[in-house]
Design a protein around this ligand. Structure first.
Ligand code: PEP
Ligand code: MG
Length: 563
């Protein structure tokens, strides 16, 4: 079994087909029988036109536009282009070289113009050159517009152009050597609903062509040694998954509400402004957590206010008035930003992180808050403060926000006057003073990923204590209930942006506690909407009461797991 990143849910069972670009190498021989060489070229051109027309037709049938490919045919059928090639052959040049010389000449001419459309034709000629040369040399490209049924496509990276041509109906799985959860490959495969495992090291070398494979896009695993028992097992999982997806799809575009009509907000978590497509494809109603620290990573210095403004603005504009909650920098703990030169700490999770760092580095924090405020002029933007432990912290951040609003007023820079400032409740201290914090926050969002670790004093990364790390532990459940109840008492909305918001075992309890907003991975939106629609809040109260009466995590998870 090979491990990678599960990027698109589902189980694909099929045969491996490797897509590798073969290099074009030929020997420049002096041609003596020029008539035969011209015929060789004519045959290749004819084959090219036939294939392109067939592909164009196929694209038309599937709703895509085959016009680009018909344009290729028209170009190569141009008598001027062909006669130039034939002239070179008459002079003793081989067909491969003649194609290269003439095409390169056209590419040079097209590339020099200022007109964008003409410049694009240079790329078209490049494509024609490659294809005709391959036909001349007998290099068989895998025609991905016509694939055998049950194909598992193995590629270095899935590109948008490959997707256009790909025989989607016959692809049951995708395995790539490159790409993470937010890469092009990931977004495309999720949009096509094809199970995909990305970043499988050396997949093209390790997986033999034609081999039967099972792609588990949820776990991020590719199985190679398949016996009947394993196949049966995954066929069963696949069947259940297909039924689930079909049911969930019915909820696309529908409002989110419980079975007895209590409306809920269903938002998405993102790590970059580049995740916008995934949010829209996932049908999320807003963004409940924009993890801004990724903007600060993979670089050598802090992003400027301007750079941040552009990223936040892109999301605000892209979400067209839907709420976008931007979390301020959550550095430290497991999120290191090397150029900040944070001191090595004995206990980084208890250390100088998130709002603690930001309040001690006010210039950098001000730049971020200003960028968020400026972006708020373009949509329904809110600020969220991570890792709050004391009332003073949120009071201080609010003070900075007010100060910056004054600055922007003087500079005549627009922003959302009533921008909301919320608290991310993810420490035991914030939970215990949730009643006090609620007086200073416009909203709460529960970060169960951290809250669970802190409440249980268990590091998720430490295998010896990972058994303690469970959101379903009676201690964590009580913490969650208290936070939501405190928010409701004060009349402020409460959401959850930790992974637990998408846990089907947890959702009935969250409904009963009165959680208003669920913020989940974009690909989990429909499944959470579907789960909520099947729950009656009165029934959820009974479930919650029973779960909270249990003494052990084991009992709770067994009970909720079988509902
Ligand atoms: C959390 O702690 O639950 C959370 C959503 O934040 P992060 O996972 O980024 O720490
Ligand atoms: Mg957190």
């Amino acid at each position: 079994m090979l491990k990678g990143i599960g990027a698109s849910d589902g189980i694909g069972i099929g045969r491996a087909l490797k897509l590798v670009e073969k290099p074009i190498v030929y020997e420049e021989i002096a041609v003596t029988d020029t008539e035969a060489e011209k015929q060789r070229l004519a045959d290749a051109v004819q084959a090219f036109c036939r294939r392109s027309e067939a592909r164009a037709k196929q694209m038309d049938e599937t709703g895509a536009d085959g016009a680009i490919l018909r344009g290729h045919i028209a170009m190569l059928s141009d008598p001027y282009m062909l006669s130039q090639m034939n002239e070179l052959i008459d002079g003793g040049t081989c067909a491969e070289k003649a194609v290269e010389t003439v095409c390169d000449m056209f590419i040079a001419v097209f590339s020099m113009t200022d007109d964008e459309l003409t410049r694009q034709r240079a790329a078209d000629v490049g494509d024609i050159k490659k294809q005709v040369q391959k036909l001349l040399l007998g290099i068989e490209d895998v025609d991905i517009s016509r694939l055998p049924p049950n194909t598992v496509l193995i590629v270095d990276e899935l590109t948008p152009s490959m997707t256009a041509e790909m025989d989607k109906a016959h692809v049951v799985g995708i395995v790539t050597e490159r790409g993470g959860r937010t890469s092009h490959s990931a977004i495309i495969s999720r949009a096509l609903k094809i199970p995909a495992v990305l970043s499988v090291e050396n997949a093209l070398t390790l997986l033999p062509a034609e081999m039967e494979l099972i792609v588990d896009g949820h776990a991020g695993e590719v199985y190679t040694d398949i016996d009947d028992q394993l196949r049966e097992q995954f066929l069963e999982v696949q069947k259940r998954f297909a039924e689930k997806v079909a049911l969930e799809e019915k909820h696309r575009g529908r409002p989110t509400a419980t079975k007895n009509g209590i409306p809920k907000k269903l938002y998405a978590n993102i790590g970059s402004h580049k995740d916008l497509d995934a949010v829209l494809a996932g049908d999320a109603e807003g963004i409940g957590l924009f993890r801004t620290e990724f903007l600060f990573m993979d670089r050598n210095a802090l992003p400027t206010e301007e750079e941040q403004f552009e990223a936040y603005k892109a999301i605000a504009v892209g979400m067209r008035g839907k709420e976008v909650i931007i979390r301020t920098l959550d550095v430290g703990g497991d999120k290191d930003i090397p150029y900040l030169n944070l001191k090595k700490e004995e206990n980084p999770f208890m250390g100088f992180r998130a709002v603690r760092y930001c309040l001690a580095n006010r210039d950098a924090y001000k730049a971020q808050l200003r960028a968020i405020l400026r972006a708020s002029a373009y949509g329904d933007v809110a600020v969220m403060v991570p890792l709050v432990t004391r009332v003073e912290e949120i009071i201080e951040v609010r003070g900075m926000v007010e100060e910056l609003k004054g600055e922007l007023d003087i500079q005549n820079i627009p922003y959302k006057k009533d921008i909301k400032v919320g608290v991310m409740v993810e420490t035991p201290a914030a939970c215990l003073i949730a009643d006090l914090l609620a007086a200073h926050a416009d909203f709460f969002s529960i970060g169960t990923n951290d809250l669970t670790g802190y409440v249980m004093a268990a590091d998720r990364g430490n295998a010896d204590v990972s058994y303690l790390y469970s959101t379903l532990d009676p201690a964590v459940l009580r913490a969650i209930k208290y936070i939501i109840t405190s928010a409701r008492k004060r009349g402020i909305p409460c959401g959850m942006c930790g992974e637990a918001a998408a846990d089907p075992r947890m959702i009935p309890l969250l409904v009963s506690f009165g959680l208003e907003e669920f913020s989940v991975n974009p690909s989990s939106v429909l499944s959470v909407r579907c789960a909520l629609s099947e729950l009656d809040s009165v029934a959820c109260d009974a479930i919650a009461e029973k779960a909270l009466s249990m003494e052990t995590e084991k009992e709770v998870s067994a009970y909720l797991g079988t509902l």
